[in-house]
Design a protein around this ligand. Structure first.
Ligand code: PHE
Length: 453
């Protein structure tokens, strides 16, 4: 059996659980990716489909991870080994650890760009530049070598410093401070955006559904986005929930986290689209929305200097509370399966991820010609983890809970002490046994190109 220390660290309070878990979920996925995916997929109608998926599929998958994590109180690999001894299910845990390596490498590289943009905001680096110049600025930065690398290592170092302090004194302590800060910054940005002349067009775009924009692939895109945004499918939530005390109610914790994550994504949309429309820019600006379009808006807007600092700080904070959750997956695995100290495990994990991260940070610069299947290292890791390992992991997780753990054990863990009958257990089991596996399998097949719409 995997070695679990007698005095295993845990989250100290309910607020700590929510702050840490919502911190993992809320990240670049909400503030960088969500707005441009909504923009590219037609706005309001996409939002409705996204919300439906969060409730019907995302929430049950999240609860499944919580059940696996808390009932085993082990890392993502140890959890499956403990719950299904001698069975091949622990492969799901290994996949999760592998995905953590990959996600952390490319995600930290993008998080590093945020630090460059915080620096540029402070030094007024966007002033007087037009859209073309801002595009060049972004491309020049990305294709360099020293700056992307520098920021990558700074971000990785910050992540490791928090993780080395442990669950209660590291993850919980910092997310309890950072998440409220994030929320306040976002509200300030929403108010600024909504008070611009012509803001209404952005709100209409975000909230007025035009169902003619929906296609099968848009619908699948919404499910993929929900997965990435909720941090499900790779053991992050198994690891975090293994630190949740038995007295906490898992269903309501999952509900709070899914709700907060979605609220923040919508608020990020509210902070961005009204401003985009007010300045007459196209909403579907793709990945450059945050790094090119927004600086363009900031440097034209009254108070833009101040708001650009706030925005990129927000992005940095959101990314940091997510990178720590991914590093924790690897560290918990090293500590419990190889019995190394937390300190050693953290630096070992950070150093080994940095090898991959080094290549990601240089993927548009000196390493741009290193490509496999037409993708540079960054794109390859992004694609393999987010589009293959994550949905596959999510699929296996719901199958594990639905078919292997079964209704009785699941209900017992979800209702804390087992004597409480849950009103939602029947629909929940129906979803994890049939509906979620089917929906996830569709997305998976579409993403790897075996199904096309
Ligand atoms: N959910 C995070 C975001 O939205 C990304 C993430 C994915 C974090 C998977 C952990 C695990 O940015």
């Amino acid at each position: 059996m995997s070695g679990v220390p007698a005095s295993r660290d845990s989250f100290g309070s309910r607020f700590g659980v929510i702050a840490a878990t919502a911190g993992s979920a809320i990240g670049l996925g909400n503030i960088w990716r969500f707005p441009y995916v909504v923009g590219e997929n037609g706005g309001g109608a996409f939002l409705i489909v996204y919300l439906a998926f969060v409730v019907a599929i995302g929430l049950p998958v999240m609860m499944s991870e919580f059940v696996i994590g808390r009932s085993s109180q082990r890392n993502a690999f140890g959890a499956f080994k403990f719950l299904a001894p001698g069975k091949p299910w622990s492969v799901v845990g290994i996949m999760g650890v592998a995905a953590a390596f990959m996600i952390l490498a490319f995600y930290t590289a993008v998080a590093g760009w945020t630090l460059e943009y915080i620096y540029q905001s402070f030094t007024n680096g966007f002033a007087g530049k037009n859209a073309t110049e801002l595009t060049t600025m972004f491309n020049d930065f990305r294709s360099g070598s020293s700056r992307p690398l520098l920021w990558f290592f700074v971000f990785m170092g910050l992540t490791a410093l928090i993780i080395v302090s442990g669950v209660k004194n590291g993850i919980e302590k910092y997310t309890k401070i950072l998440m409220p800060i994030l929320f306040v910054i976002l509200i300030v940005l929403c108010i600024r955006s909504l008070t611009l002349d012509g803001a209404a067009g952005g709100m209409e775009f975000l909230f007025k559904p035009d169902f003619s924009k929906l296609t099968a692939s848009t619908i699948l895109e919404a499910l993929g986005q929900a997965f990435f945004s909720l941090s499900i499918g790779m053991g992050t939530l198994i690891t975090y929930s293994s630190y949740i005390q038995k007295k906490e109610n898992l269903g309501s914790a999952a509900l709070s986290v899914a709700f907060t994550d979605t609220l923040i994504a919508v608020l990020a949309g509210v902070a961005i689209f009204p401003a985009v429309f007010a300045f007459g820019i196209e909403p579907g600006s793709g990945e450059g929305l945050v790094y090119i379009t927004l600086p363009n808006i900031f440097q034209q807007m009254t108070g833009g200097y101040f708001f650009s600092i706030l925005f990129f700080l927000l992005l940095g904070v959101a990314a940091l509370t997510s990178t720590i959750s991914v590093l924790e997956v690897i560290v918990a695995y090293f500590v419990e399966e190889f019995r190394v100290s937390r300190k050693k495990a953290t630096w070992l994990a950070a150093a080994s991820v940095s090898v991959l991260g080094f290549m990601c940070a240089l993927s548009w610069g000196p390493m741009k010609d290193v490509s496999i299947w037409g993708k540079n290292v960054f794109e390859l890791l992004d694609f393999t983890s987010a589009n293959i390992l994550l949905p596959l992991g999510g699929l296996l997780i719901v199958l594990f809970v639905g078919w292997y753990l079964g209704r009785k054990k699941t209900e017992m863990e979800l209702s804390n002490d087992g004597d409480l009958k849950l009103w939602y257990i029947t629909p929940f089991m129906l979803i994890v046994k049939f509906i979620a596996p089917f929906a996830i399998a569709m997305v998976f097949l579409q993403q790897i190109g075996l199904l096309s719409f």
